[in-house]
Design a protein around this ligand. Structure first.
Ligand code: EPU
Length: 342
């Protein structure tokens, strides 16, 4: 039987540890419970919010409507050949535990994505990526429930429209789809991807195994990024901006040390961390919010209670980057809810 709670405090369910009151809250552990929660929300014309691991959200003070916490659990082997497997991962599974599980089973490809906070269901939304690998490369299909009518669908990777930190699930149409499970195609061959310079440098020798890579990624992340379990954060707070080549060349002329990564023939990705760092923001604290001492792309909530303080502080950062470099930074986590009770 589905349990719906009113005026539910979400502070312990988001890694930025912001106070937020959900008007209605339901933890669902099956697709049927999810459909039930959706019907209840439809009955009172309430809008729907989806909560996974809460590690890529900035929760405003009030969240009107029905907040559905996706708690579906399980991992299963769907297909196996001599070379590959297809596994089905339920959306409520914790991402890092899943990476460890796959490695333990001898299913390879996820090592570079170790220690990314959040749940399996959140991974396709922002197409999680790290150290030269993106989840999109492994996705076979994404299972969803349409929040408008409760219908079940399975989307192919192409239909998910993945790109850098982006997917269909961030569009207004895609936001209506609630991810219940993700099928991944993984390799049984222990090939590794150590193309990312910092990762290659961390490898003890050339014949690295997937377990070596996994351990190296964990070590690099632990040394470079603050642990959300200890310091409240949502990982990278800003996306790395993608600009056209002309703009990149102009900036390189002015700032010779500026890191730049070509995306294709016409566009270049810039390092948001580098620009924020150059402007002296690392370690700065205002309104109880700070830029991490460890990594300039990570914003730490030290003692702020509400999203408004995080937004005010980070707005100052984006303004200074825009003023100095003429580049606008987009937030990576999504801001949801309202700062006033409806
Ligand atoms: N840098 C600075 N100051 C800092 C941190 C970094 O100048 O405080 C410079 C570095 O020296 C380097 C450049 O910025 O030249 C890039 O740094 P890094 O290798 O740490 O990567 P990033 O572009 O800042 C991205 C992802 C991370 C991911 C790493 C590794 C985005 C928004 N972030 O960070 O993802 O772990 O690459 O692949 O794409 C996340 O999404 O939460 C996340 C942590």
């Amino acid at each position: 039987m589905l349990e719906v709670e009113g005026n539910f405090q979400l502070v312990s369910l988001n890694t930025l540890k912001l106070e937020c009151i959900a008007e209605c809250y339901a933890l669902v552990s099956t697709t049927v419970e999810l459909q039930e929660a959706l019907s209840e929300a439809r009955l009172c014309s309430a809008n729907i919010n989806v909560l996974g691991g809460g590690s890529n959200l900035i929760l405003n003070r009030y969240l009107p409507g029905m907040t559905i916490h996706v708690g579906l659990k399980g991992r299963e082997l769907l297909e196996e050949s001599a070379d590959e497997v297809v596994v089905r991962l339920q959306a409520g599974e914790e991402w890092h535990q899943t990476v460890l599980w796959a490695n333990g089973e001898g299913y390879f490809g996820l090592e570079n994505l170790a220690l990314i906070p959040g749940s399996v269901g959140a991974a396709p939304v922002q197409n999680i990526g790290a150290y030269g690998v993106e989840i999109a490369q492994m996705i076979e299909c994404v299972h969803v429930v349409d929040s408008r009518n409760g219908d079940i669908r399975a989307l192919t990777a192409d239909e998910c429209c993945f790109s850098y930190r982006d997917s269909l699930f961030k569009t207004p149409e895609g936001k209506r789809l609630i991810i219940t499970a993700v099928d991944l195609r993984l390799s049984k061959h222990p090939a590794v991807n150590i193309s990312y310079p910092a990762l290659r440098e961390a490898m003890p020798h050339d014949s690295a195994t997937p377990s070596d890579v996994l351990m190296a990624v964990v070590t690099i992340r632990q040394s470079k990024l603050p642990d959300p379990g200890v310091e409240a954060n949502v990982g990278s707070f800003f996306k790395n901006p993608i600009v056209d080549r002309e703009m990149a060349e102009h900036l390189k002329g002015e700032y010779r040390d500026m890191p730049q990564y070509p995306v294709d023939a016409n566009t270049v990705k810039l390092s948001a961390a580098w620009m924020i760092d150059q402007l002296g923001w690392r370690g700065v604290e205002e309104f109880g919010v700070s830029v991490s001492e460890k990594h300039a792309l990570v914003v730490i909530n030290k003692r702020a209670r509400y999203a408004s303080e995080v937004i005010e502080f980070t707005h100052k950062i984006t303004s200074s980057v825009s003023e100095k470099y003429g580049v606008s930074l987009d937030r990576e986590p999504e801001l949801v809810g309202s700062d006033q009770r409806a």
